[in-house]
Design a protein around this ligand. Structure first.
Ligand code: GDP
Ligand code: CA
Length: 319
């Protein structure tokens, strides 16, 4: 039997939950996740990859189900001790269990291993049942151009500072992928798209997750060259993102916060865009010229609902 090969473009929490659904819907498939690393940041000398870790912990059943990120049964001793030293930044949540991941990763990166190999090594412990690939082995960090509330001048801050420290409350003027010019798709990414039977774009943040992945030179081209149909799922339902602040990102780049707005932003593959099919929530409507728009339940409220949503995406990939 030839097993189905599925490639999924994913961010953190939304991507991770969707991947759970795909794994359940296609237990015999060969699944590859191409994960955003634009959120990665170095703090306290440690390399942190929030989206890769969200996916790894979720698929490995180590995620905190309430927060949706970080480790279950987490403690915060090191964070408190760092704060007692006045060690900045204090606004980023680094739990004790989570820190072990960052220590191992940083040590391997310092020893010269590329991020893709480090990710593979970390994932061995978690047995995610999915091949996890960073979008690139090169560092690409999303920065956000904001107006400084004190001076009124524009300046760029790291995405994490904008998102976590300021809760995306500062108006964003632009998103910049620092380092992207020197980036290439990580080993295995181009090959995965070329061999895929289905390419799914997770209901992840269209700007700072999916947009960042597709910004890696050569990656979008590899996706578009895939023989598989490309199916996207809307992270926007009834005019708002399900959780988080993705609306702040969409507004900043002038995209309407609606399933139709995001679908048109991605565009039809037949017309230079991304999509063959676009899944919107059953209560939404969307007209995206050249794209097979399907209305299905898109709420990942429990495992069966998430699995059904993944199944609908796989059905759309079959045409
Ligand atoms: P992040 O990197 O942790 O922000 O996660 P992603 O970029 O992968 O996903 C964030 C997006 O997931 C948000 O914009 C949400 O709208 C979307 N999302 C979260 N839960 C759901 C859900 O149940 N259904 C749909 N359709 N989208 C969801
Ligand atoms: Ca993210």
């Amino acid at each position: 039997m030839v097993c189905m090969r599925i490639v999924i473009v994913a961010g953190g929490v939304g991507g991770a939950r969707f991947l759970l659904g795909v794994r359940a819907a296609a237990p015999d498939a060969d699944i590859t996740a191409v994960v955003n690393t634009g959120d990665d940041v170095t703090l306290h000398g440690l390399r942190i990859c929030p989206d890769l870790d969200s996916v790894m912990y979720t698929l490995g059943d180590g995620i905190d189900p309430v927060r949706g990120w970080g480790r279950r049964d987490e403690s915060w001793v090191v964070k408190d001790e760092l704060a007692a030293y006045g060690a900045e930044p204090t606004w980023f949540g680094l739990g004790d269990r989570d820190l072990a991941t960052h220590l191992v990763r940083t040590r391997m990166l310092d020893a010269g291993y590329p991020l893709s190999e480090v990710t593979l090594a970390l994932a061995q412990r978690w047995d995610p049942g999915v091949t996890l690939l960073p979008m690139s082995d090169q560092r690409v960090e999303t920065h956000v151009v904001v107006s400084d509330p004190d001076t009124g001048r524009q300046r760029a801050v790291h995405f994490q500072e904008w998102w976590v420290r300021h809760r995306a409350a500062l108006d964003a003027h632009a998103f910049v992928q620092v380092g992207v010019d020197d980036a290439r798709p990580a080993p295995g990414v181009v090959e995965a798209f070329a061999a895929a039977d289905a390419v799914l774009v997770a209901p992840s943040n269209p700007v700072v997750s999916v947009g960042t992945v597709l910004g890696v030179p050569g990656l979008r081209e590899a996706l578009l060259a895939s023989p598989a149909r490309v199916v996207g799922l809307s992270p926007v339902v009834d005019g708002a993102p399900l959780r988080g602040m993705a609306d702040r990102c969409l507004s900043a780049i002038g995209v309407e916060v609606s399933a139709e707005g995001v679908g048109r932003h991605y565009g039809a593959r037949s017309d230079g865009g991304l999509l063959d099919a676009w899944l919107v929530h059953e209560t939404d409507t969307a007209d995206v010229p050249g794209v097979d728009v399907r209305r299905v339940p898109l709420l990942m409220s429990d495992p069966p609902a998430t699995q059904a949503m993944a199944q609908a995406a796989l059905d759309a990939a079959r045409g």
